[in-house]
Design a protein around this ligand. Structure first.
Ligand SMILES: O=P(O)(O)O[C@@H]1C[C@H](O)[C@@H](CO)O1
Length: 326
């Protein structure tokens, strides 16, 4: 992914009052960028170095655990399955945000999955927690600085595609960046060319070879009936969607809806990482006004728990395959 260009981003002159919200970064000459990414290249390197100094191996695969898939109480969860784990609670990592959502343990775990070194976010950051998108996605850049070349992003999502069932796995083949339609993008602000180009393409964000291979793996492992590929969209949350919103998303071609992943994938592709992502369908979206059920987070976590064995197995096999291709 080349395409870096010489365009210089315009710097806005601001007064000190504009520092509110902590979304502006002072430049050396005292000017402020609007909505800037406050994590400079150097500060991301510093976080990566803090971790590298404490881990005796350098993983090339990074995993982000979705809701219920990396919960601290999930002893059988994906993150808990890593062998010889080295754990870093987020509050112990300098300049790292903290997890505030149930089902997101809030630690980085380094270890081995299928004898392959990986690093795993056992808990991610969401926009609705109050973090801007660039902050939610910052750990992806830390992964990159550590040496990760392949990202596996997982999430819990509501199924819009009527052929899906609760507990199914949707391999993400594409996304619709709904928040981006309103200009909210993790790459908003001055571009740091050392991470990637100003205008990264997204038409092949999800690696086709990995999608194909993951489907083969699912079939070979007896999970074929559960697995689909489809289009994911992320809304800001935390409120679940209305019936009208869900009908609209269905008409737009979304197969599943969630509250994460898109900004992580954009950030990963910006720094040229290979991306594989999937959604665990934890609930079917309610598009019938007469339906008495309501979406809720407990159900999301419960389905994550129910599927943890299958997901762990599936991800281990995908990791095994990825390692062979590196
Ligand atoms: O972190 P993910 O995207 O898996 O979490 C989903 C979206 C909301 O955070 C939560 C709703 O139950 O689950």
């Amino acid at each position: 992914m080349n395409g870096t260009c010489e365009l210089k981003t315009k710097v806005l002159n601001r007064t000190n009052e504009s520092k509110v919200n902590n979304v502006e970064q002072e430049t050396q000459n005292g000017q402020y960028y609007a909505n800037s990414n406050v994590y400079s290249y150097e500060s991301v390197v510093k976080i990566a170095q803090f971790l590298l100094d404490r881990v005796p191996f350098t993983p090339k695969i990074g995993i982000i655990c979705g809701s219920g898939m990396g919960a601290y109480w999930n002893k059988g969860s994906l993150a808990e399955a890593l062998q010889n784990p080295i754990k870093f609670p987020y509050e112990d990592i300098p300049n790292f945000p903290i997890s505030t959502v149930e089902g997101h343990a809030g630690q980085l775990v380094f270890g081995y999955l299928s004898d392959v070194p990986v690093m795993c976010m056992q808990g991610r950051f969401h926009y609705y927690e109050g973090y801007p998108l660039w902050k939610c996605a910052m750990p992806v850049r830390v992964m990159k600085m550590i040496g990760v070349t392949h990202l596996i992003a997982t999430n819990a999502a509501g199924g819009l595609n009527k052929t899906y069932k609760v507990g199914d796995i949707m391999i993400v083949k594409d996304h619709i960046n709904m928040m981006g339609f309103a200009g909210n993008n993790p790459l908003q602000g001055p571009n740091e060319e050392r991470f990637g180009p100003r205008f990264p393409p997204m038409n092949s964000a999800y690696n086709k070879q990995l999608i194909r291979k993951a489907k083969e793996i699912a079939t070979a492992e007896g999970l074929g009936d559960l697995v689909h590929d489809g289009v994911y969209t992320c809304l800001g949350g935390p409120s679940f969607e209305t019936v009208a919103e869900l009908k609209m998303l269905g008409m737009l071609g979304c197969d599943a809806v969630g509250m994460s992943t898109v900004h992580e994938v954009i950030t990963a592709r910006h720094c040229n990482m290979t991306v594989f992502a999937f959604s665990l369908i934890t609930n079917m979206c309610i598009t019938d006004y007469d339906c008495k059920e309501e979406a809720n987070h407990c159900e999301v976590l419960d389905v994550g728990k129910l599927r943890e064995g299958d997901l762990k197995h599936f991800v281990s096999k995908v990791v095994e395959y990825m390692a062979q291709t590196m």
